[in-house]
Design a protein around this ligand. Structure first.
Ligand code: S3P
Length: 188
C-alpha cells in the first residue's frame, strides 16, 4: 500500500454487480463525505442514459465520456466515487485513480455478478444471449487491472453491505480516514 498518498478520496472499482454504488453510498454516509457515481454523472451531463449513449456513440464514444468524467471527478477533494466496471481499461483513468485516491477493488465471482444483474436492462454489455460468458471474458481481462490500481481488495460474495463497509473502514489507512479538517491540501 502506498502510504504517501495525501488524499481523503475513496474510489471504488470492480465489475458490474459488485455493489459499487450501494456500498459507495453507505460508505459516504459513514465517512460523511460526498458520494459521486460516474455513470449517473455522465447521464446527467449529457442528458442521455448509458444505453442511449452506447446506441448513439458506440462503446468507444461512451469510453471517451467516461474518461472525461473520471478526470473531473477524481479531481474533487474528499469524496467517495463509484466508477463504472470498465473505467480501469484506460491507462489515464488508472493513473488518476491510483494517484488521486485510495482505491478499493470490490471483487465478486461471476456467479454472484450474474445473480445481481439478472434482471438488468441498463447495462448494454450484458444485453447478450450469454451474459455469463460475457462476464467471464470481462473479468479475465479486467481483474489484473483492478488489482493493479487497488490499495485494498474486498471479496463481496456472501457478505452484506454493512459487513463490506466495515471491512473497508478497517482496511483503509489512517491518512485516508483522518478528518478532512486536518488536511488543507485536500481542499479545493
Ligand atoms: C460497464 C459497466 C457499467 C457502465 C457501462 C459499462 C462495463 O457500470 O459503466 O454499462 O464496461 O463494465 P457498472 O459497473 O456500475 O454497472
Amino acid at each position: 500500500m502506498n502510504d504517501a498518498k495525501s488524499t481523503h478520496n475513496v474510489f471504488l472499482v470492480g465489475p458490474m454487480g459488485a455493489g459499487k454504488s450501494t456500498i459507495g453510498r453507505r460508505l459516504s454516509l459513514m465517512l460523511q463525505r460526498p458520494f459521486w457515481d460516474s455513470d449517473p454523472f455522465i447521464e446527467e451531463q449529457h442528458g442521455l442514459t448509458i444505453p442511449e449513449i452506447f446506441i448513439a456513440e458506440g462503446e468507444a464514444g461512451f469510453r471517451a465520456l467516461e474518461k472525461a468524467a473520471i478526470a473531473e471527478l477524481t479531481g474533487y477533494p474528499g469524496i467517495v466515487l463509484a466508477t463504472g466496471g470498465g473505467a480501469v481499461l484506460d491507462a489515464d483513468n488508472r493513473r488518476c485513480l491510483r494517484e488521486r485516491g485510495w482505491v478499493v477493488y470490490l471483487s465478486a465471482s461471476v456467479a454472484v455478478q450474474l445473480a445481481r444483474t439478472r434482471r438488468d436492462t441498463h447495462r448494454p454489455l450484458l444485453q447478450t444471449a450469454d451474459p455469463q460468458a460475457r462476464l467471464e471474458a470481462l473479468l479475465a481481462q479486467r481483474d489484473p487491472l483492478y488489482r493493479d490500481v487497488a490499495d485494498v481488495i474486498i471479496q463481496t460474495d456472501g457478505r452484506t453491505v454493512r459487513h463490506i463497509v466495515r471491512l473497508i473502514l478497517q482496511r483503509l489507512p489512517y491518512e485516508c480516514l483522518n478528518s478532512l479538517r486536518n488536511s488543507p491540501k485536500d481542499r479545493p
